[in-house]
Design a protein around this ligand. Structure first.
Ligand code: GLN
Ligand code: ZN
Length: 757
């Protein structure tokens, strides 16, 4: 039996790639130095996998920013506005990823979207009527060669033709169908080239197949692959799926000329059943994803062994693999010096998962699997049970009453009271919460953590920053202010640290987009709040201004979605535990004079099941109530805001309205304004602040640009409901661009107020 890895983290155990790239952006290192870092990382990653005896080691899973963007560039899908900058190839690539503002021009970045149900983001390929899809890049071939020179024969990985087309955005008249021939032709060439180069296996990632598929989708898939597979030559083609099961196309894909099919047995609820009831072709290899690529708990060998035993009855050739790319878990436990051994024992990061694959392979190849040391050790550990429960929390959750899910009085009554009380101008301006986390701010936190400065020194510094932040906002002329979140490393980690039941890693970074990584905390036990978490900062900030100061909290669904969850109780139960804790904080803020409270649900959309049929029953039925539980206890005068990253909730607008917040801010600047049409169609009641500029890029928007965005918005939204704000928090930005951008935003709002409506 052999083992396979779908994809491997590329940023490096200590985020080497992030730091090198950021230095390159600032022109502190040359492109050669950046390339050298990348090469070293690739070599380390391939060798680590080799040392764990992995049979199918991926290549081309490396990326400077994102592999979907890599695929677009490989296929010549580079919109003219980036070509026209006439930059070097790598700078053109980064311009697509991050936008560009400089001597050669001024363009925005491509749109960015969440990668299926993960917290990773991909760049959306943009195809217009002039796009000529053809193979122009060499990255996959170069990396295959590079590994080969190191003595490692890899399995090149590419985003498959179907998923690529499905994720692309067509900006002209033409659509998918108009590009199938050229796409086929490009993939044919890729196959031929790899065949010539002596690759044995090629992996096409087709996660789009785990969605609910239409007949047209299936036809498109078949058309693409019937053609592509016709020139396979000596290469074996692996169709890799993940993040769910392939129930809509199992028959079709097993009937086609693939040599291997990769299925996810962790998230794919129906995967095992599909194989059992339909069988599996004896001439194909099943790449069984049994090591969870998304969570950090140790694999349950008994469970895995049972699945493999069952699969063996139906499949002649099985390769053991990860359920998806290991990109979604931190690099290694070896750098965790603070986690107690008893707890560390239960976890497994990317490198340790390679070890699990190796052990499982040995167990499965043994005469007496259940008697192997590895197996017995695992059973012993997991059989012991963890000490992590809190009786009081469990009781509180079990006693939640139905009425606790509803805020009274209903929306319009509250809206009237609030409009009168706050007396804000038309088109009120605000920001999403954080202000730039400068080197100074980070250094202050690090110094405190390392014991170099005292708690008082640390706090005084944060207060100084809040003071400056309030002054800056007043100078700019914003209407609803924020304290700036200088005490927070991250919007979820901060609350995790204040709550009981959480564990933290030191180096457990996971790539979120480009050079941005997050360090998700781990939910170890029942969650509770021991004492107020944010009140002191918010009250201090409010004392500095007459304008309303927003209290700033992270909502339960986002805290849950951006943590590594436990697997021994339901997600609903975890969400309710967190909701009760955050709800206590909301009431404390209110009783301390904070009149506007923002509860961020940045990640609410993220864990929406990929199949529509599961949306309500598997998710919305507890996620929306969890949010309502947090704020149902406040007075009618208190205004509840929520914020969501990305505007991809066109399809769940009624659910979002049903969160029953008073105001919602979200991203609209990077995507087109379609979301606004659906708000209108759905008679959205909540007031809205569709972000007027993109904070993911350093570019400063002009007043005119913002004004025209606002005009577009006003075509679809009543003017009483429109708020004016950037599309997300400002923590990743620098002060200079932040100030200019916000000044332009405030000026745009003022111009609008002076126009007659
Ligand atoms: N309040 C948070 C901030 O401004 C929200 C961040 C987010 O939406 N990701 O940083
Ligand atoms: Zn956001």
């Amino acid at each position: 039996m052999r083992t396979s890895v779908v994809g491997y983290p590329r940023v490096g155990a200590l985020r080497e790639l992030k730091f090198a790239s950021e230095k390159y952006f600032k022109k502190e290192i040359s492109v050669n130095e950046l390339q050298a870092t990348a090469r070293n990382l690739r070599s380390t990653h391939w060798n680590t996998q080799k040392n764990h005896g992995i049979g199918f080691i991926p290549s081309n899973d490396f990326s400077f920013y994102d592999t979907v963007l890599d695929t677009a560039v490989l296929l010549n899908v580079i919109p003219a506005r980036y070509r026209n900058l006439e930059l070097s190839p790598i700078d053109t690539y980064f311009a697509m990823a991050r936008g560009y503002q400089g001597a050669n021009g001024d363009v925005k970045a491509l749109a960015m979207k969440k990668w299926f149900n993960t917290n990773y983001h991909y760049m959306v390929p943009e195809i217009d009527d002039n796009t000529e899809i053809r193979l122009t890049g060499t990255k996959p071939f170069d990396e295959f060669e590079e590994a080969k020179k190191l003595g490692i024969k890899t399995k090149p990985v590419l985003i498959g033709a179907f998923t690529f087309l499905k994720l692309a955005r067509f900006t002209g008249e033409k659509c998918e169908k108009d590009f199938t021939d050229t796409v086929i032709w490009a993939y044919l060439q890729i196959l031929t080239k790899f065949s010539e180069m002596g690759a044995e296996w090629l992996q096409f990632d087709e996660p789009f197949l785990v969605h609910d598929l239409t007949d047209e989708d299936i036809l498109l898939f078949k058309r693409l692959y019937t053609a592509i597979l016709s020139v396979k030559g000596t290469v074996n083609v692996l169709l890799q799926t993940y993040f769910g099961d392939v129930r809509d196309c199992y028959q079709e894909i097993t009937g086609m000329d693939f040599d291997g099919i990769g299925m996810d047995f962790i998230e794919g609820r129906k995967s095992l059943e599909l194989v059992k009831s339909n069988g599996f072709p004896s001439d194909k290899v099943l790449f069984a994803g049994i090591i969870n690529g998304k969570n950090i708990w140790k694999n349950d060998y008994k469970k895995s062994f049972d699945i493999i035993s069952e699969l063996k009855k139906h499949c002649s050739h099985i390769v053991l693999g990860t359920s998806c790319s290991l990109l979604h878990v931190p690099y290694t436990l070896q750098n965790e010096t603070k986690l107690p051994e008893q707890q560390k024992d239960y976890f497994s990061f990317a490198v340790e998962k390679l070890g699990e694959l190796k052990e499982l392979k040995e167990i499965c190849s043994s005469q007496n699997p259940l008697e192997t040391e590895e197996y017995k050790r695992n059973i012993n550990l997991l059989g012991k049970g963890r000490k992590c429960s809190n009786e009081k929390v469990q009781q509180r959750v079990s006693k939640i009453r139905e009425s606790e899910f509803t805020r009274l009085p209903e929306f319009s009554a509250r809206e009237a009271i609030q409009q009168k009380n706050f007396d804000l101008p038309c088109f009120p301006t605000t920001t999403i919460g954080s202000f730039p986390q400068t080197a100074e701010v980070k250094a202050n936190r690090t110094a405190f953590r390392k014991g170099i400065i005292t708690e008082t020194q640390y706090r005084d510094f944060v207060k100084e920053k809040i003071f400056e932040c309030v002054r800056v906002q007043e100078e700019i002329g914003l209407d609803v202010l924020v304290h700036g979140e200088f005490e927070r490393n991250d919007m979820v980690e901060y609350f995790g640290e204040c709550l009981d039941g959480y564990l933290f890693t030191e180096k457990g970074w996971v790539q979120s987009y480009g050079t941005r990584c997050v360090k998700p905390p781990v939910i170890w036990g029942d969650i509770s709040r021991e004492k107020p978490m944010t009140v002191e900062w918010s009250v201090y900030a409010q004392s500095l201004t007459k304008k309303p100061m927003k209290g700033m909290l992270t909502g339960p669904v986002t805290i849950l979605n951006w943590s590594f969850p436990r697997e021994d109780i339901s997600l609903k139960e975890i969400a309710y535990q967190i909701a009760l804790a955050i709800g206590d904080e909301v009431l404390d803020l209110e009783s301390n004079g904070i009149r506007i409270i923002q509860i961020d649900e940045a990640a609410l959309r993220e864990k929406l099941p990929l199949r529509k049929s599961d949306w309500d029953s598997e998710y919305l039925n507890w996620a929306i109530p969890a949010f309502r539980l947090v704020h149902s206890g406040v007075k009618p005068e208190t205004q509840i805001h929520t914020h969501m990253c990305y505007s991809e909730f066109t399809d769940i607008i009624p659910a979002i309205d049903n969160m029953d917040a008073d105001v919602i801010t979200f991203e609209a600047s990077r995507s087109d304004l379609m979301i606004l049409d659906s708000l209108k169609e759905n008679h959205f009641k909540t007031e809205v602040g569709p972000g007027v500029y993109d904070i993911h890029s350093p570019r400063v928007p002009s007043v005119e640009e913002i004004e025209s965005a606002l005009h577009e918005m006003l075509k679809r939204l009543p003017k009483e409901k429109l708020w004016v704000n950037p599309d997300c928090g400002l923590k990743t930005r620098q002060y200079a661009e932040t100030k200019s951008s916000l000044e332009h935003m405030v000026q745009a709002a003022r111009r609008l107020r002076n126009e007659a409506f």
